[in-house]
Each structure stands twice: as structure tokens, then as C-alpha cells.
Design a protein around this ligand. Structure first.
Ligand code: MG
Length: 370
């Protein structure tokens, strides 16, 4: 496919409820949307970076630079066979995986249109619906958190995940368990602890957590292996898993028993399929993580989650209205009464179209490269 033009559109979309993690308090989704024009077709990709380098080293400023000044000159007016060939073309760029993934995702959309096949079909998806879990930010008080849990349990979410940080961890979790002894409960530490906290994690073994997500450093897999050997609760690696090679090392070291794949963090869907396949070979359950995506990224996550090894655990792919009053797809992503998401397919009529008018309303800048 010949790449005729690339638009990089920066949007800002307020969150319905500000969202607190161990690293920041989000009040709006500051995001880049890439729009690739190719031979009369348009493919969209969503860059998952945040306003600053808070979750990983990239942010929207660096991604704009990499896409505009480094990637675009490589592909503009060139004939790019597809996403895999694109990734080979930009393999000279070290890191910058979120930037590469934004373009890679748009190329998957173009491939889908050119071949008349859904993304699910192209990726090798096998499931028609995927299970949804809820991820709750750090609340100011325990009663506030319990209220939130109650609300989402009533809506039927398949798993409750609580963000923790030092000082807001074990006591909070014990209270949650006291109120809800039987729910599927997980925690996400977003790398906020060290091996000095090993006794804290041993104490969590009494709480019947499905897993503890990314307790230690984002670039560590060695200390995680030490911790995993010391506790019974499975460790789920999130931030550490940025490539299939790191995933292979983590599995061989015994650093985790579960992996959360955020495809953009791994440079896109091509690399993420390799991680999926590797984990399936090693009986490592996986699930699809969220980065408070707008509808374009959210819909692609649903298609990715339809691959076979994603069947056991719930995903962080919520309905659009969990985060936003207004989204950029038609329709918005909604969940079924049984708290699942229907995977867009060639046969079931589920499709998410991009709402260009909504993007225009949210746009704060637009770079056109042609
Ligand atoms: Mg996480």
C-alpha cells in the first residue's frame, strides 16, 4: 500500500472521574491520533502515550517527534506491504515503541479494509466475546473505595483490581477482603515497591489475590524472580514486558506466572502476537491491559483479546463511558449485560467507525505530512 499522507492529531478529552495511580492523577486523556491516507483508504491508529513520561519513557511530545520526523520520512510515498513489513522498516529506531505502534495499528486498519477482513480474522482471534474486569484508582478513603467496588460489582465486572502504593496497601486490602471475601481480587503496584517490602507481599498471600501486578521496578525481571519464589500469589508482569525477548527471559527466570500485554507498549500487534504465542507454549495466562484508551485503541484491544490464550482472565478494556462522556467512535464501546465485550467480526455486524466530528471537537493541534 502506498502511504500518501499522515496526519497526527492531538486531542484532549476530559475523564468523567479523575483517575489516580501511584504515579499521577489523570484529569484528561491527552492523546495522539494518527490518520494514514493510502490509495483512497484511511486507517486510524491511537498512540497510547500520556502527556508526560510517567508510565514509560515516551510521551506525546516524543511520539509526535518520532512519528513526524523519523518514521514519516521512511514510509511516506513508499509502498509498504503491511504492518510486519513496516516494523522491519523501522527496526533501526531504538525503543519508541508507542510511537511505532500508533502507525502499526493504523496499518492493520488499512490491511483490514484492503482485504475485507476484520482485525479479529487477521490476528487469528477465536473468541466472540471477552470478559471485562474493572481497575480502580487509589481512593482518598477506604469507604470511598468500598463504594466504588460495590458499584462495579453490581454492574457485573468479572474481576476487581485495586491500585496500591506504599501506605495505601495491606490495610486497604484487608478491609476490602473483609467486606468481600469471595470476589476475584487483584492489585496493581505500578512498580512502586522494592525487595525491601518482601514481608508486605508475603502478608498478601493470606488475601487470596488472583495476582499481584508489577510490584517492583519497570525494568526489572531479576528481583521479580526473587519475589515470586518467596510468595505463593502469582506475580503478573505489566510494565516490564516490552518485547517477546523480555517475556521469554521473564518466563525462564520465573519472574512471573501471568503477563499483562499492552500491545502498544510492546511496539504493536505484530510483537504482541509473538508474546501471546510464547505464553501459550509455556502455559502462562495473559490478559489485555488498558491505557485509558479512546475508542480507536479500545476497539483494537477487543480484537486482540479474542486470541485463544486470552480466554481465562478478565481484561482491562472497559466501556467508553467508564472513562469518557464523549468518545471518538460510533458507536461507543459498550459492555453486554454479562459484562463482556463483543468482538468486532466479519459476521456479527459489530463495527466501530471513527467519529471525525468528535475528533475535530477535541483537537488541540494537527500536523499534516504529505
Ligand atoms: Mg498495570
Amino acid at each position: 500500500m502506498i502511504i500518501d499522507r499522515i496526519d497526527i492529531i492531538r486531542v484532549k478529552v476530559p475523564f468523567v472521574h479523575p483517575f489516580e495511580t501511584s504515579f499521577t492523577r489523570f484529569v484528561e486523556r491527552d492523546a495522539l491520533i494518527v490518520k494514514i491516507y493510502s490509495e483512497g483508504l484511511i486507517g486510524y491508529g491511537e498512540c497510547k502515550a500520556f502527556y508526560g513520561p510517567l508510565y514509560n519513557p515516551e510521551d506525546n511530545g516524543t511520539c509526535l517527534h518520532i512519528i513526524k520526523n523519523i518514521i514519516a520520512p521512511v514510509i511516506l510515498h513508499k509502498d509498504i506491504e503491511g504492518p510486519a513489513e513496516f516494523m522491519a522498516e523501522v527496526s533501526f529506531i531504538v525503543g519508541n515503541r508507542l510511537a511505532k505502534a500508533a502507525i502499526e495499528n493504523a496499518l492493520w486498519e488499512l490491511k483490514s479494509q484492503r482485504e475485507g477482513k476484520s482485525l479479529k480474522t487477521l490476528l487469528g482471534g477465536t473468541q466472540n466475546e471477552v470478559k471485562v474486569g474493572v481497575s480502580l484508582g487509589i481512593e482518598p478513603t477506604i469507604p470511598a473505595l468500598l463504594n466504588k467496588i460495590e458499584k462495579y460489582l453490581a454492574e457485573g465486572y468479572h474481576r476487581t483490581k485495586i491500585k496500591i502504593k506504599p501506605g495505601k496497601d495491606i490495610e486497604v486490602l484487608r478491609e476490602v477482603r473483609r467486606h468481600y471475601p469471595d470476589i476475584t481480587l487483584t492489585v496493581d503496584a505500578n512498580s512502586d515497591y522494592t525487595l525491601d517490602d518482601i514481608e508486605l507481599f508475603k502478608a498478601m498471600d493470606d488475601l487470596n489475590l488472583q495476582y499481584i501486578e508489577q510490584p517492583l521496578g519497570e525494568d526489572d525481571i531479576v528481583d521479580h524472580a526473587v519475589l515470586q519464589k518467596a510468595i505463593k500469589t502469582p506475580i503478573c508482569l505489566d510494565e516490564s514486558i516490552v518485547s517477546v525477548d523480555i517475556a521469554r527471559n521473564a518466563i525462564e527466570l520465573g519472574s512471573c506466572k501471568i503477563i499483562n500485554i499492552k500491545s502498544s507498549r510492546c511496539g504493536g500487534l505484530c510483537e504482541s502476537i509473538k508474546i501471546h504465542d510464547l505464553c501459550m507454549e509455556h502455559d502462562i495466562p495473559i490478559w489485555v491491559g488498558g491505557m485509558t484508551e479512546l475508542g480507536i485503541g479500545r476497539a483494537q484491544n477487543i480484537s486482540f483479546a479474542s486470541l485463544p490464550n486470552f480466554a481465562s482472565l478478565a481484561h482491562d478494556i472497559a466501556a467508553s463511558n467508564r472513562y469518557f462522556a464523549e468518545d471518538i467512535t460510533i458507536p461507543y464501546v459498550t459492555i453486554t449485560p454479562s459484562c463482556t465485550l463483543v468482538v468486532p467480526d466479519d459476521t456479527n455486524g459489530v463495527r466501530y467507525e471513527v467519529d471525525e466530528k468528535a475528533i475535530d471537537r477535541m483537537m488541540v493541534s494537527r500536523d499534516v505530512i504529505k
